[in-house]
Design a protein around this ligand. Structure first.
Ligand SMILES: [Zn+2]
Length: 78
């Protein structure tokens, strides 16, 4: 399964990809109308921290660590 190379979200279905284009390596949250919604890595990290805290019920520190590690793996932020 592909993961969005901007935010790390798993893309299970065609409609999870930007423009429902399965060859796109970015998800439909990250690219809207052909443009990145989140412009820089710092903002993306903030989004991820909030998401991980909510989804995983972990502390802000733990979420920040995970976000940091995830950003390092994603091609957009290399
Ligand atoms: Zn994404």
């Amino acid at each position: 399964m592909m993961e969005c190379q901007s935010c790390g979200m798993p893309m299970e279905n065609p409609e999870d990809h930007a423009d429902a284009d399965v060859t796109s390596e970015f998800c439909h949250y990250c690219i809207v109308k052909g443009e990145f919604v989140v412009k820089d890595a710092a903002s993306m990290k903030d989004h991820m921290v909030e998401m991980y805290m909510q989804q995983m019920g972990i502390s802000r520190d733990a979420a920040a660590e995970k976000a940091e590690a995830m950003l390092k793996q994603l091609r957009r932020w290399q």
